[in-house]
Design a protein around this ligand. Structure first.
Ligand SMILES: [Fe+2]
Length: 297
């Protein structure tokens, strides 16, 4: 089939995420990484971290600029000034896309401090859609949206999660970040089949995949801690998904409790091997344009 592109775009491979305390080790191994993810907010007002961006730029490493601060689900005006700061960080590296989460991180000007679930409703979808459209008008690289691990589920919902996500993808034509640990946590905590969830989502919009590990809290809930190795059920989900689609990038998200750079390298290599193997035996269908499918203008 020759399906060697992701949504019509170049495929890069696997890489890690920037994390505090591991900068020197990451820089030493930059050449091993096919791509890199960073949270731009970690670089705001931190001129001493400029050297890290410099090192990335020198190698032209493809960088996925992954914001946690736009609070797309909040029913308040788009944070345009914040977004300009994100782009100022992205301009210092080889930025291949910008992304944020399908959640809210503030309300009424108050910072919540974590990715908080938003209601799956048409009204909330419209709020997110309007903000993504503002982002897309401002940038020349693609925008990607990540579905999140839910700290809680609303008792009633107008839409299913799949309907909610798909509606936004159809209206904006944006990319989807598929986080397989988020899916693993949600499916375990809410008791559903992750394969069934995947079959309902517009997976043709997926351009990157996140892998991570987490922990079980004192209430018995699986949490997306980014502080453990990627568990085997998540690797199994990756194998399943790579039969359906080809991402541009697979990112290992590990931001705490580091056992050392070697373990991170092993996980990046394992993801790289899985992607290469899937490319060799690819029989996937080329990705259709979602907007065309949805009949949107
Ligand atoms: Fe993620």
């Amino acid at each position: 089939m020759g399906m060697q592109k992701s949504k019509g775009r170049e495929i890069f491979g696997a890489g890690p995420e920037w994390t505090e305390g591991l900068e020197e080790d990451l820089i030493d191994n930059f050449r091993e990484f096919k791509c890199f993810e960073l949270i731009p907010e970690n670089f705001f007002d931190n001129p001493h971290r400029r050297y890290f961006l410099e090192a990335l730029r020198k190698l032209s490493t493809p960088v996925l600029v992954h914001s946690v601060g736009l609070s797309l689900g909040t029913d308040e005006p788009f944070k345009a000034a914040h977004f300009e700061k994100i782009l100022a960080i992205g301009d210092q590296v080889n930025m291949i896309n910008v992304s944020d989460h399908l959640s809210m991180t503030e309300s009424g000007g108050i910072e919540i401090g974590q990715l908080t679930p938003i209601p799956w409703s048409i009204k909330t979808a419209d709020i997110v859609i309007r903000k993504i459209e503002q982002i897309q008008k401002r940038i020349t690289v693609p925008f990607a949206l990540e579905h999140t691990a839910h700290k809680f589920f609303y008792p009633t919902s107008e839409l299913s999660e799949a309907e909610f996500i798909n509606r936004i993808l159809e209206k904006t034509g944006c990319d989807l970040i598929l986080d397989l640990h988020n899916l693993h946590c949600n499916s375990k905590n809410a008791g559903y089949d992750p394969h069934g969830w995947l079959s309902q989502i517009h997976t043709e919009a997926v351009t990157s995949i996140h892998l991570a590990g987490g922990y079980v809290d004192k209430y018995g809930t699986l949490q997306d801690g980014h502080d453990e190795i990627v568990p085997e059920p998540v690797w199994d989900l990756l194998d399943h998904v790579l039969k359906m689609l080809t991402p541009q990038a697979i990112i290992i998200e590990r931001t705490g409790n580091y056992p050392g750079i070697e373990n991170l390298m092993m996980e990046v290599e394992r993801a790289e091997r899985a992607l290469s193997a899937s490319l060799k035996q690819s029989t996937k269908n080329p990705s259709p344009n979602l907007r065309e499918l949805a009949g949107a203008v």
